[in-house]
Design a protein around this ligand. Structure first.
Ligand SMILES: [Zn+2]
Length: 273
């Protein structure tokens, strides 16, 4: 048991690494969820956020959380009234309304807009990643906090929140596992990632994989295991998509649990490579 436990990396450890030392935030249950997403998404970059723009945006986001005391639990309660622009009172020209095209001011976050809507997508598990990057850059050209540094404190706060949320949305949707967990959450189905595995077959499989990773003599062997994990992730991602489409949420959770395990193996491998 202990051997498999080694696969788990504390989420806060990763989150702290991803953030500046001056941002000594505490992981509440809610930003824990966000930290979890960072954890999931960082596997390909060796647990480090390497894109400076993403990094800066996350810092703004967490700094803002720290000072405003806001948390994700207040999402619905905090729903902004986005019927018209707070600055010029014009009606939005397009949805979602993150930015006013008339006066070019950043709008307050409307938490009723989900991540799929931010990217102009329907609530569907399977997406083409190529569409996301362009849209992500478009948003950041409009709402990035650096663009409003000379504006009012209120708008700077909006920009920090909007930008952070777009980053969070982008990172969630581009990661198959985080996306699966998120789309289930939109259905009101929570996934407990720390849930103990009751399937002996899966446990045995993971222990064997873990041993293979530990015993791997060279990077070639590790890469082979990694590509096997990738195949498994694709397979279970497809199973998840089917289960979700059929609204079989129990099955969808089983798929997520599998994906979580394989993902963590890949995390371990990435550290060794
Ligand atoms: Zn306006």
């Amino acid at each position: 048991m202990n051997r498999t436990k080694k696969l788990w990396k504390p989420f806060c450890q990763v989150a702290h690494r991803a953030l500046p030392s001056t941002s000594r935030f505490k992981l509440s249950n809610y930003n824990y969820n966000f930290a979890t997403q960072i954890y999931f998404l960082d596997c390909t970059s060796s647990s480090r956020i390497q894109n400076p723009s993403l990094y800066r945006g996350l810092c703004y986001y967490f700094e803002n959380l720290k000072f405003s005391g806001r948390s994700f639990c207040s999402e619905s309660a905090e729903k902004a009234s986005n019927a018209t622009c707070w600055n010029c009172n014009e009606a939005p020209k397009a949805a979602p309304f993150l930015f006013c095209e008339s006066c070019r001011s950043v709008q307050p976050v409307d938490h009723s807009v989900d991540y799929f809507q931010i990217f102009g997508l329907g609530k569907k598990y399977e997406i083409g990643n190529e569409k996301l990057e362009g849209k992500y850059k478009d948003w950041q050209k409009r709402i990035h906090p650096d663009l409003v540094h000379s504006k009012s404190e209120k708008e700077r706060e909006y920009a920090a929140e909007q930008s952070g949320r777009v980053i969070e949305a982008y990172r969630t949707l581009t990661n198959p596992l985080a996306r699966a967990i998120y789309i289930l959450r939109l259905e009101g189905v929570e996934v407990n990632e720390e849930e103990t595995v009751s399937e002996p077959e899966l446990l045995m499989e993971i222990m064997e994989i873990r041993e293979a990773v530990e015993d791997a003599a060279d990077s070639q062997t590790l890469k082979e295991i990694q590509s096997q994990m990738q195949e498994k992730l694709i397979h279970w991602g497809n199973s998840f998509a089917n289960a979700y489409q059929n609204r079989n949420f129990d099955e969808a959770r089983v798929c997520i649990r599998r994906m979580t395990y394989y993902h963590r193996v890949n995390e371990e491998i990435a550290k060794k490579l």
